[in-house]
Design a binder for this molecule. Sequence first.
Ligand code: NAG
Ligand code: NAG
Ligand code: NAG
Ligand code: NAG
Ligand code: NAG
Ligand code: NAG
Length: 451
Amino acid sequence: MNVAALLLLGLGLLEAEGRCFFNRTQEHCVCYNLSQESVSSIIQCLPASVVEFLGGELERYIAFPIGNLDPSAIEMLGSLVIRKIIFGDLLVPEILLARVLRLFSYTQVQELVFERCIFEGRGNWDEMARQDLPILSLHFHNVTSAPLTGREQDFSSLSSWLETLQELAVTGSHVTTLPCGIGRVFRALRSLDMAQNSVGDESLMLAFCKGAFPQLQVLSLQRNNLTSYHSVCESVQLLPELQHLDLSQNKLMADLSSSCQWPASLRIFNLSDTGLDKVLTPLPPSLEVLDMGCNHLHTVDISLSSLKKLFLSQNMLQASPSIRNCPMLETLHLDNNLITELPWDEVKLLGRLWDVAAAGNPYNCSCSGAGGVQALAGMGHLGQGWPQDYMCHSPPHYQGRLVKDVPVSVLQCNSAAVIAPVCVALALLGVAGAVCLVRSRPGLARPCRKV
Ligand SMILES: *[C@@H]1O[C@H](CO)[C@@H](O)[C@H](O)[C@H]1NC(C)=O
Ligand SMILES: *[C@@H]1O[C@H](CO)[C@@H](O)[C@H](O)[C@H]1NC(C)=O
Ligand SMILES: *[C@@H]1O[C@H](CO)[C@@H](O)[C@H](O)[C@H]1NC(C)=O
Ligand SMILES: *[C@@H]1O[C@H](CO)[C@@H](O)[C@H](O)[C@H]1NC(C)=O
Ligand SMILES: *[C@@H]1O[C@H](CO)[C@@H](O)[C@H](O)[C@H]1NC(C)=O
Ligand SMILES: *[C@@H]1O[C@H](CO)[C@@H](O)[C@H](O)[C@H]1NC(C)=O
């Protein structure tokens, strides 16, 4: 048992009394208030794959001696099935962290998460030099620490580990800058999530300097302090592998057009809720997914030959966008705009389009309006908002009714298209000498008067 508790002991959890709760089906164990917990309670977490520590005091263990481990202890740590450890609501002395992190090299923990933690002081990371850790994913959410600037030395001590890290998230933590040198250490990083910070245009430019994050594929800058579309373009153009860029919830300005080219690898682009009142250019040429929802767009006319998904919900579009130049389009979301009719004709032309969502629009339930929407629904193209969220706004006698309930029989609607041929047929009959037929059954001729 002593050995089994070693990792946790190393983390300063020994002498703890209190309670851990192990959920066997989820293989998830949560321990509250570290300093009051007992080792026997923590032991039950050992079969878990995810262990969460919430609250408590780590500072008490700063001076805790962590020596070299004997072989049986190392073997024990290696046999633990824990893959992910979450620390929440803790004050973490960096000195302790630096010493404990070393123990992880004997484990199979792949994911380390710190939530609502305060990192205190500065640790000595020299001992970590040339240490490999199995941790591939590191998340910090809502944490506070000393500024990262000027800490390149610490990062270089950690470099043999950081060079292998694949995912890093530092979210909701008031980060304003990311020094260029740090990006050069993260050579294998695929995903960087910096959402909900205060990164501005200029510091972004510095962060993605030449040689920084060479393998980066996914970058989230959601809800930061970015304002210039072109400045962001200039910043990320040195990322040759970038596939997914999230700029949502920044307030982007339509600045002067520039010749900046987005990385050709970019496939997924999130510009939702960025205050746009027109489509910014240039767009990355090989996009497959474009989200421009929650903006103030009045019209959209784009041609992107590989685009598969276009999200335009919550804008001010008065008409469905022209999609003729997006031949690969499969998904088109137009909920909550000012659209009165759906372009049934265009949809028919685009065979690939199968997922259309357009609830919450003020539909004109004239024959063609209601008919177009019903036709889309009939083909199973409209998603979960159908029929309850598709309402008529005009003409007055249909206002407030569901589009689904508007009668649109062929005869009532397409009077020109349907009735004209009927008349022609009748006329031909007449020419054929069937005058008596018309005379004896005058009802048949009646629709013609409408034409
Ligand atoms: C374990 O988690 C599952 C799924 O969330 C839940 O249904 C179950 O009630 C939990 N068991 C315990 C003992 O909390
Ligand atoms: C943790 O400790 C705090 C105060 O120290 C207490 O209010 C809270 O109820 C404790 N939580 C648990 C789950 O024991
Ligand atoms: C951070 O945590 C504090 C307290 O736990 C909370 O009030 C705050 O909203 C959180 N901030 C973010 C960005 O999540
Ligand atoms: C955001 O940027 C503006 C100017 O670019 C600056 O004045 C402001 O202080 C920044 N806000 C934060 C929270 O960093
Ligand atoms: C874009 O970001 C918003 C949050 O800002 C999110 O709700 C939405 O799902 C994202 N769009 C895509 C296509 O991932
Ligand atoms: C609704 O559509 C009909 C037929 O296309 C048109 O005559 C009418 O003006 C439209 N009404 C509104 C409010 O757009």
